[in-house]
Design a protein around this ligand. Structure first.
Ligand code: UD1
Length: 343
């Protein structure tokens, strides 16, 4: 089977995608600088799939590292690019880091694809490109709003770069996937999300509170124009999300579409509030999450959820996990981290 280069493949979504790729029969080589992950993730992938993916420790912003990788692996046919910095708040403090990491990585990959005979690249984009949408659920035709953070801007600029490069006649295709809010862990609890330091995202903060690492979860605002006043998001199971990448890669490599660029929303189609999510977690696991309402977090969107109909129809993909199962998987992963003494 064809070999796929997974940049950022030891990260959260990357590692789950490597599992699905290997289970679908693809050979994988991962490149990751381990800036927000660690080598043990590769052991987890091997325990789940029985196959140890090839791994190169390196930084994709370094052209020489990437050139050597393509020379060492002349059989790479597709790329899934997860290598990026992804913390919204940090991007406000360190814009140069974000622009350099996220954009140079993409430019280097696009530059090397043609000469190395790579047929396509799947790009990790985000619902953040829609900003505060005029209507929900959001389709792919919704207008792109001005980004409110350097992180969000890197996603918008990256989509434009890919479009410009392909329109200029590049000999490859791209599938751009706009994720809503990825959550949960592999059902085996061998891999999951492992944020550095104090988590900024809801689910890792919630599970760390439930297990007692954090005292209390702050719910950022209960005065939004939503039924219970807390923000609404579309929480998508990370394994469901990973499976969409395998379909996207196959679609490009097997030329199943005439289009050279395709864009898909990946979400469940269900909007869930922060308070509802806490309830689902508590009911699914039987574990209480101490929480309090605090003020709004700067930059938060009030409500956003996907219309995934286009992905459902064209990719034949659908998010199938229940939110309760997803919450149980996140909890099982947190318990596993404790068992291993990680945290
Ligand atoms: C943000 C980005 C998204 C990015 C994702 C992952 C925007 C608009 N969205 O999503 O593009 O891919 O981060 O880094 O930039 N919440 C709490 N308490 C907490 C943490 C979060 O109440 O301690 C609430 C937030 O207010 C929000 C929801 O939980 O309503 C989800 O927050 P979070 O997990 O941080 O993701 P987003 O901000 O939606």
């Amino acid at each position: 089977m064809d070999r796929i280069l997974v940049t950022g493949g030891t990260g959260y979504i990357g590692s789950h995608t490597v599992v699905e790729l290997q289970q679908a029969g693809y050979s994988v080589v991962i490149i990751d600088d381990l800036s927000n992950s660690n080598r043990e993730v590769i052991d987890g992938i091997e325990r789940i799939t029985g196959i140890r993916p090839d791994f190169v420790e390196g930084d994709c912003t370094d052209m020489q590292t990437l050139s050597k990788l393509f020379a060492d692996y002349p059989d790479i046919k597709g790329i899934i690019n997860f290598a990026a910095s992804k913390a919204v708040g940090e991007s406000m403090q360190k814009p140069i880091l974000y622009y350099r990491n996220n954009l140079n990585t993409l430019l280097n990959l696009l530059d090397l694809m043609g000469p190395n005979g790579v047929k396509g690249i799947v790009f990790s984009s985000s619902c953040t490109v829609y900003g505060e949408p005029d209507e929900n659920p959001v389709t792919e035709k919704a207008p792109i709003k001005k980004a409110t953070s350097p992180y969000g801007n890197t996603k918008q600029i990256s989509e434009e770069i890919i479009t410009d490069v392909i329109n200029a006649g590049a000999p490859f295709k791209s599938v751009i996937l706009r994720y809503f809010n990825p959550v949960g862990a592999h059902p085996s609890a061998e891999i999951g999300e492992l944020p550095n330091g104090v988590p900024q995202n809801l689910i890792p903060y919630l599970t760390q509170t439930a297990i007692g690492i954090r005292q209390e979860l702050s719910v950022f605002g209960d005065d939004y124009d939503t039924p219970d006043g807390s923000c609404i998001r579309d929480y998508i199971n990370v394994v469901d999300l990973a499976k969409a990448h395998v379909i996207a890669v196959k679609r490009m490599l097997e030329d199943k579409s005439d289009a050279k660029i395709e864009i898909f929303n990946l979400g469940t189609g269900n909007g869930v509030s922060v308070l509802e999510l806490i309830n689902v977690f508590e009911e699914a696991t039987g574990v209480k999450v101490p929480h309090k309402i605090v003020g709004r977090r700067a930059g938060d969107i009030e409500k956003v959820w996907a219309n995934p109909a286009y992905a459902n129809e064209v990719l034949g993909w659908k998010a199938t996990s229940t939110l309760a199962d997803t919450m149980r998987s996140a909890w099982a992963w947190q318990l596993k981290l404790r068992e291993r003494g990680v945290m």
